[in-house]
Design a binder for this molecule. Structure first.
Ligand SMILES: CNc1nc2cc3nc[nH]c(=O)c3cc2[nH]1
Ligand SMILES: [Zn+2]
Length: 373
């Protein structure tokens, strides 16, 4: 059991890294993928099922939980881990990104953001200080700074002002977080697609000092090519002895490309959301289970997959229950997708350890068909 959170780098292969983030609630093997547990649940999954897929950590959303059931209520009930029956590590985001994408009637200034709840229209305020308090009340193991995700595209001077405000908020987040052994605070790099701004942001964050560093401001519509262009230099600007977290990513090939560029942690709603919309990720590409061609197909989604969906059900059955909008459809496809994502992460950890990451990448791309399979 470790009192503080520490990152141990075990192997590198090119820019790719593998290691362990040791926390009081358990170890996080990196590169790590975090399933998203927005409203204190990974939708359609029991916590024990999420653990069975291989996830070491999951993400909770401050914005949703502060609105319902409120952070104070979760704290009074023993904290988020107890509340949602997940005893492994939890990373919570700071709420800022979702305020901008989900809430109504927002007003932002140097102090923070006031907004109306998308649930009941009630008015709320998020500041760096309030976000730190909420994440403390939730009991999360890894806390994210309160920042502004600079919209894309942004004029260079707009991006610069946005980044500099986020850096002032990062300092306020750090000051409000205090010293909490066993809990980590991660800073978030901004600067959009502008190299000099990314450098200024990284320098400022490093001066303040954090337990980990996120690359923010990406996966906001810039597309994979532009995202990779930024990732070709931005992670290297961050302290190499701390975890690097790419927020909101992504499709399987985004994830492999990000790990190849030095990213250690990622989160994305894609595998779970797609599980509910019938989009299935496999080593050979994407299966859209609602397509009529699966109607009589007795084969599993993926012969080589050991998840409950692939072990015991045919594509024909999964096509049927999806079409019939049966709950088991979301359960089985979400489980499969999260299992596939964790298998992908394990494959990359093994390849980096063995020094065969380049071959892993080549095989990953060679076996995937373009379009639906
Ligand atoms: C789905 N894409 C995506 N989710 C994000 C969450 C974020 N949170 C804080 N700060 C960010 O810059 C940020 C960027 C993000 N991109
Ligand atoms: Zn499967």
């Amino acid at each position: 059991m470790t009192a503080r959170i520490e990152f141990r780098l075990n192997a590198t292969d090119g820019k790719a890294r593998t290691g362990v983030i040791a926390t009081p609630r358990g170890d996080i093997r990196t590169p790590a993928f975090m399933p998203v547990g927005t409203a204190a649940t990974v939708k359609a999954m029991l916590p024990e099922s999420v653990a069975a897929t291989g996830a070491d950590i999951l993400l909770g959303n401050t914005y949703h939980l502060m609105l319902r059931p409120t952070a104070e209520r979760i704290d009074a009930l023993g904290g988020l881990h107890k509340f949602m029956n997940w005893q492994k590590p939890i990373l919570t985001d700071s709420g800022g990104f979702q305020v901008m994408s989900l809430s109504g009637l927002r007003k932002m200034n140097e102090e923070g953001v006031t907004f109306k709840s998308h649930i009941d229209g009630s008015r709320h305020t998020l500041t760096p200080e309030r976000s730190m308090e909420i994440q403390r009340l939730l009991g999360s193991d890894i806390v994210m700074c309160f920042d502004e995700c600079t919209p894309f595209p942004a004029e260079e001077k707009v991006a610069l002002e946005s980044m500099r405000m986020s850096m002032r908020w990062a300092q306020r987040s750090r000051d409000a977080f205090g010293d909490r052994p066993g809990h980590a605070l991660f800073g978030i790099q901004q600067g959009s697609i502008f190299r000099d701004q990314r450098a200024e942001s990284a320098e400022k964050l490093s001066d303040i000092g954090f337990d980990g560093y996120a690359v923010g401001g990406l996966a906001v519509g810039e597309g994979q090519e532009m995202m990779f262009d930024v990732l070709d230099y931005a992670p290297d600007m961050l302290p190499q002895d701390k975890p690097r977290y790419l927020m909101g990513v992504g499709k399987p090939d985004d994830i492999v490309g990000a790990v190849a560029r030095g990213i250690d942690m990622m989160d994305c709603v894609l595998p779970s959301r797609s599980g509910r919309t019938g989009q299935v990720f496999t080593r050979h590409g994407v299966v859209n289970i609602k397509n009529a061609r699966h109607q009589d197909d007795p084969r599993p989604l993926d012969e080589a997959c050991t998840c409950p969906a692939c072990r015991s059900y045919s594509r024909a059955y999964l096509h049927h229950v999806f079409r019939a909008q049966e709950m088991i459809s979301g359960m089985l496809l979400t489980w499969h997708n999260l299992h596939y994502y964790q298998e992908l992460m394990q494959g990359m950890r093994d390849a980096i350890t063995a020094g065969t990451f380049e071959a892993f990448q080549a095989a990953f791309h060679a076996q995937r068909a373009e379009g639906d399979i």
